[in-house]
Design a protein around this ligand. Structure first.
Ligand code: UGA
Length: 361
């Protein structure tokens, strides 16, 4: 199978390469700017890598040659960190919409199967979030269904929604090319994939505010308080990256089931509030380090304005209905949240243990 993989060096791409390359029988043409997460694959003869942005006209010419020969094109390109959505909105919109649209057009022109990674953020906020608390007692007001749930975003000055909106437009362009030009597609809406390599740790291999796992991990590593934005009442469901990769492999194996569908890839059995996540992470870290004082690691509350700046608004709840992935792909995630956290946090602990402030004092 010939695969063009755009954004192959990121968290998801790196885990996909780990899985696909050892299988044999695959030829992967990968594009990314940073290969630090895929160093172990650099010499693999089945991987043809290009270290370039996908948006230049030269890159597009090269990508077109690869697309013509490909069985499938996987789009994993995005700036997918909420701290960027209201602070670098133009780059966020470019990366998810304007840089990708020419690729969608290439796939349409050559009638190639495009598997595009979108986001659960396209739903914005749930209907229940606009109603009194009782709204959450009615599953139909907050459960997300790929082909039925409306996509509800806040006002334009809340730039949190730049990413969601750009991804939504890309989904609509893909769908329009399918309907008008017969382009086969699959849209994946990931719901909080967790695992090794998922994010950077500020002050060590990046700067700024990463996503919640890395924020809490940094707090534990640096002996600083974990910060709950607006009390940590938002809810997320968390799925292991390994089971997410299982789902993508099933899509590749079963094009007759996965083409022309939108899929949630998430684990509805692993739902937590962000406050519960902080609690679980400090318990898990106590287990990993053998230092029970982490069970009482300080947790404080902060406002969204203080933490993210102007224009942030939160997705209240993301409860995926995954019956489509279950029935069409035979995929049903099983790895529990404590196990996902143990693996992910152990990875960060191993990688950064030497700079642990607690251990060094
Ligand atoms: C992000 C992306 O925007 C999605 O596209 C993507 O699908 C998703 O991550 C993902 O990883 O799959 P989100 O879940 O909102 O969405 O990102 P996080 O930064 O991980 O935030 C989760 C929650 O934790 C939010 O309520 C946030 O306010 C809160 N948070 C974050 C804290 O309370 N404290 C922190 O230190 C960091």
């Amino acid at each position: 199978m010939r695969i063009v993989m755009l954004g192959c060096g990121g968290f998801i791409g790196s885990h996909l390469l780990d899985r696909l390359l050892p299988l044999g029988g695959v030829e992967i043409h990968g594009w990314d700017l940073d290969f630090s997460k895929i160093e172990k694959h650099l010499a693999n003869p089945s991987l043809n890598l290009r270290q370039d942005s996908v948006s230049s006209s030269y890159a597009l010419q090269e990508i077109e040659k690869e697309v013509e020969q490909a069985d499938v094109v996987l789009n994993l390109v995005a700036i997918c960190n909420p701290a960027d959505y209201n602070t670098r909105p133009l780059e966020v919109i470019d990366a998810s919409l304007f840089d990708i649209y020419p690729i969608v057009e290439l796939c349409a022109k050559h009638k190639k199967w495009l598997i595009s990674f979108s986001t659960s953020e396209v739903y914005g906020r749930t209907v229940a979030s606009y109603l009194p608390q009782a709204g959450y007692q009615d599953l139909s007001l907050y459960e997300l269904n790929e082909d039925e749930t409306p996509l509800i975003m806040g006002p334009v000055h809340n730039q949190r929604w730049t990413y969601a909106c750009a991804k939504q437009m890309t989904e609509r362009l893909i769908y329009a090319h399918h309907k008008e030009n017969g382009m086969p597609f699959t849209i994946v809406r990931p719901l909080n994939f967790f695992g090794p390599r998922m994010d950077y740790i500020p002050g060590r291999d990046g700067d700024g505010v990463p996503r919640v796992l890395a924020c809490f991990m940094t707090a534990l590593l640096d002996n600083k308080p974990m910060q709950l934005v607006d009390g940590g009442q938002a809810r997320r469901t968390i799925v292991s990256i390994h089971e997410a990769v299982d789902a993508i492999c099933l899509m590749l194996e079963k094009p007759e089931k996965s083409q022309n569908q939108i899929f949630h890839i998430g684990n509805p059995y692993n739902e937590v509030t962000v406050a519960e996540l902080a609690e679980l992470m400090r318990q898990t870290y106590a287990k990993i380090t053998g230092d029970s004082s982490f069970k009482d690691h300080p947790i404080i509350s902060t406002s969204a304005q203080e933490f993210y700046g102007e224009g942030y608004e939160d997705c209240d709840r993301r409860m995926p209905n995954i019956s489509k992935a279950k029935h069409l792909l035979g995929w049903d995630p099983k790895i529990s949240l404590p196990d996902v956290l143990f693996e992910t946090m152990s990875y960060y602990h191993e990688k950064y243990a030497k700079s642990l402030s607690k251990a060094s004092c």
